[in-house]
Ligand binder design. Sequence first.
Ligand code: HEM
Length: 128
Amino acid sequence: MNEAEIISQSLEAVAERAGDPAPAVFARLFAEFPQAEPRFARDVNGSVRGEMLAMVLNCLMDPGGPYQLHLVRAERLNHDGFGTPSQEFDRFFGVVHETCRDLAGPDWTAEYDTAWRAQIDRVLQGSQ
Ligand code: HEM
């Protein structure tokens, strides 16, 4: 299995145990960066949050892809422009990883962890 397949499998484990990870992802993000929560005031139905999470997961499937790297580079700049500094932006990938790991509980494996770390490193290193 390649890394993308391993990550898909890990997401299935999360979904089986906990359903949609989005609420827990954003709860963790706002616990770490309370200053970020008011920035989502206009996102009343959660669609922006959903899009952010979907983009991160999509990037982890093909973290060296030119489309993904270009997109992440562009979004990092956009986000900096509307008040989210780059360190916070980059940290979101780790927040998603840690939330999924905790939600999957005993179903999480060392193999999942290695694949997540490798893909996150690739996307962050390739998009600076
Ligand atoms: C701590 C990290 C982050 C914070 C606090 C944050 C915050 C936000 C906020 C406040 C918006 C709404 C902007 C508006 O008012 O229209 C937004 C939109 C969005 N964010 Fe994030 N973001 C973070 C990380 C990321 C990451 C890592 C990605 C993807 C790689 C991402 C992708 C998006 C996308 C696709 C949108 C939709 C609108 C757009 O394209 O600008 N965000 N984000």
